[in-house]
Design a protein around this ligand. Structure first.
Ligand SMILES: Cc1cc2nc3c(=O)[nH]c(=O)nc-3n(C[C@H](O)[C@H](O)[C@H](O)COP(=O)(O)OP(=O)(O)OC[C@H]3O[C@@H](n4cnc5c(N)ncnc54)[C@H](O)[C@@H]3O)c2cc1C
Length: 399
């Protein structure tokens, strides 16, 4: 059996993992990233990178190559669609943001991080010790087993993190899971292709969206976990046919996945312990509107920085990470905090200014529909956690 030692082992060659690697490699620590897929790999994602995410990506990894962008390349903002046909456009601040092709954008950041990548290598299990972590992995295809010994491990393996499941065996059953499905159509649609369209419609489930990509229109839908494909997807298609002129010529592709939406809404993050630092969406980072790329990169960089700090100052990396990660936690939870939404502006867009452009009757209608939309989440017991988190933030300045 092959045994490999390293300073830092990162699980997952994506945005969070690459941002973490950038910090540890730049500081001179040997860093290996294991990735279960072959690179460049496909990643289900709309690819709308927020302005903050784009700034981070360019500053840390340089401008991505042309093949790392979809058409249309720029997205102006999010356009909310209401049941009566009203549309509420909310442009991004400070301006349009890119629509990235994850396959090649992720490949770009992983290469630019200069980590040593072991692709087609799947994390299986780990044992934490006083001085290092022993990780068991398997080469996909050959089944060969490899043991890694790392002083620190960063779990950046996304929403269905196997590393988190091993570290906290009860964790998966402690959160809500949603099944997301999207279909790509060659079609006509009477909605502006420069915008990401999101329905505020309690009859259309939790998360229904459409956007244009490379000559296709994508229709996405989210349901409760339990089925391999979200049953309501057909209703979403019907809705776009009836209200926004969707005329389908051909279904091109379909894909789905499970998502841990809600960890940031309920302020229920996992940051790791015993030399394992959990980051990105594996830790629960996901902004409102399922925007997870910017917080994946920022949290990943903080995880990497915490390990560098621990090596240089001989301090416990988990303790440093728990401290430093609070800034990103605040930023993410603020997006859901009703007090922040009412009295501040936690998003990279100005919802209040967008609403105020409408006559008062429309504003009242939109607020009523937004409340009905939020009301459908009442079974998920998020009200008490977000309210207590908001009050802690108000009086203690932290969540
Ligand atoms: C339909 C959909 C649309 C989305 N649209 C947007 C959007 O427009 N904008 C936005 O900002 N966010 C969007 N997101 C969210 C965004 O994709 C994620 O939040 C982001 O990719 C999280 O980054 P990450 O680096 O934490 O993890 P991921 O990008 O999930 O990467 C995890 C990596 O770990 C690897 N891995 C997993 N398990 C193992 C294992 N056992 N061993 C080795 N490797 C492993 C995976 O192959 C993957 O490469 C969307 C998500 C979905 C599902």
């Amino acid at each position: 059996m092959n045994e490999i030692s390293t300073d830092v082992l990162i699980i997952g060659a994506s945005l969070a993992g690459a941002a973490a690697a950038k910090r540890t490699v730049d500081a001179g620590f040997q860093t290996i990233t294991i990735e279960k897929k072959e690179l460049p790999r496909h990643k289900i994602c709309s690819g709308i990178l927020s302005p903050r995410g784009y700034a981070f990506l360019r500053e840390n990894f340089g401008e991505p190559p042309d093949n790392a962008f979809h058409t249309p390349k720029w997205v102006t903002g999010v356009n909310f669609l209401f049941p009566n046909g009203l549309q509420l456009p909310m442009p991004f601040i400070p301006g349009p943001t890119p629509h990235i092709y994850r396959k090649f954008a992720d490949y770009h950041v992983v290469r630019e991080s200069r980590t040593e990548v072991h692709e087609r290598t799947e994390f299986r299990d780990m044992e934490t010790g006083a001085k290092d972590v022993r990780v068991r992995a398997r080469r996909v295809g050959t089944g060969e087993e490899i043991i890694y010994r790392a002083k620190y491990v960063i779990a950046a393996d996304g929403p269905r993190s196997e590393a988190v499941a091993k570290l906290y065996p009860a964790f998966r059953d402690s959160i809500y899971w949603f099944v997301v499905g999207q279909k790509y159509y060659r079609a006509d649609l009477d909605l502006d292709p420069q915008w990401f369209h999101f329905t505020i419609n309690s009859r259309l489930g939790y998360y229904t969206w459409t956007h244009a990509e490379n000559g296709c229109h994508i229709i996405g839908y989210t349901d409760e976990h339990g089925e391999p494909w979200p049953r309501g997807h057909g209703n979403a298609v019907e809705y776009f046919q009836q209200h926004h002129g969707l005329r389908i010529h051909e279904e091109v592709f379909k894909e789905g996945c499970l998502e841990n939406f809600g960890m940031s809404l309920t302020n229920h993050f996992v940051f790791g312990e015993r030399r394992v630092l959990v980051t990105g969406q594996a830790a629960g980072f996901l902004n409102m509107m399922a925007e997870g790329m910017s917080c994946a990169m920022h949290s990943g960089a903080i995880a990497g920085e915490s390990i560098v700090e621990s090596f240089t100052r001989n301090r416990d990396a988990n303790a440093i990470y728990d401290e430093l990660i609070q800034s990103e936690r605040k930023r993410t939870v603020d997006q859901w905090n009703p007090l922040k939404i009412l009295f501040d502006n936690p998003h990279e867009a100005d919802l209040k200014a967008a609403i105020m452009k409408f006559p008062i009757a429309d504003r009242a209608y939109m607020v009523k529909e937004m409340l009905a939309y939020i009301g459908q989440f009442r079974g998920y017991h998020w009200v008490a956690p977000i309210l207590s988190a908001s009050i802690r933030r108000l009086f203690l300045g932290r969540y």
